[in-house]
Design a protein around this ligand. Sequence first.
Ligand code: HAM
Length: 426
Amino acid sequence: MSAPKIKAPRGTFDVLGQDAARRTTLEARARAILEAAGYERIETPVFEATELFARGVGESTDIVRKEMFTLEDQAGRSLTLRPEGTAPVCRAYVEHGMHKRRQPVKLWYLSSFFRHERAQAGRYRQFWQVGAEALGSEDPALDAELITLLTRLLADLGVRGLRLRLASLGSLDSRREYRERLQAHLRANEADLAQEVRERIELNPLRAFDSDHPGTRQVMESAPRLSEHLDAQDAAHFAEVRELLDAAGVAYELDHTLVRGLDYYTRTVFEFTSDALGAQSGVGGGGRYDGLVQQLGGPPTPGIGWAAGIERILLAGEQEGEQGHGVPVASVPLELFLALEDASPTLRTRAFHLLCEARAAGLAAQMDLGGRSLKGQLSHANALGARYVAILGEQETMLKDMQAGDQESLASDAVVHAVLRGHTAL
Ligand code: HAM
């Protein structure tokens, strides 16, 4: 009797084949765009102290209330698999004294995150994000830079039907007064609100804008608008962000109902959606979080950033009915394939030695590892798209140029040099 099969947990998936190749391309594009703009790679641990997210992301958010994978270590400390990357980056900024570096400190990451959500297409329990964070400046040009970079990355990766929504939530101070007005409006209409919205009137009244509940939506139509209650400084900051985006030719819609699912946001917030995606249409989003570093024990430090979901970028980059055409596939062209005339151990040893030599010289090289006949090896080399094939025999070695169709006989230790020479001659 065979052992029962074990499946990957719900909401998780394996990355392989074409999908892995498309992710490699995506990562290369992200690196090229972000590093050229001065962003440095950062990677933080997969798990962090639970306190980091409770304090950073906010006790009233769905993420902290319902979606965290939390565990206890042997010493009874509470740890959580990171549900997002901004709080960990701010934690690292404080821990490494990055405020002493030249500001702003600009960082980017490509990592996996974990949320205990109901799994469906485009929504997983382990998913990947590419993200960028810039700490230490409140210059509106930084807001415009980050939004422009994400616009460029998504366009570059072939994401279809993109829409960018933009709003300002004001600074913490100017929002306090607005919150009170909104709470008063919600309390006055409490009977028509969804249970969940009612429960959050004290903690997070702004989330009411996010509700699908018909009664709540109606109440929100007459709610006071934050955009009309920004103080002069916040309004000027937001006007400058918009001017810079206009100058850069970035199209956006102002949306005063835009609230994001995390508590740390202040001032500029934005979200990209794609109409090529179904219910989970959010491709990426972000905003300013000018109070977060201080909230995590650091010095007062403004910050802004975004994150975009890799799976959603790939889904929204696919053409109808096809798989994997939005983002071109990254592959390393095979330069040399080593075929063996027979399976003798001495010949295999010689071929293996030659393989190592070719790789050390920087060639993309492979040899037969599947016990194929010579004919099978040649057709395998063909299928792999090899540029050159060396057929190693007891007596002689033949080097075939698969593009030109010609071949020459040579000593096996001259193969690497010949292939390299062939390349420079091209
Ligand atoms: P977020 O909006 O929660 O923001 O997530 C950003 C993106 O991650 C979403 O737009 C979506 O594409 C993807 N995403 C989120 N949850 C899932 C899931 N369960 N399955 C698949 N994809 C998902 C943040 O995480 C903030 N840290 C962004 C940020 C950075 N704000 C400032 N800096």
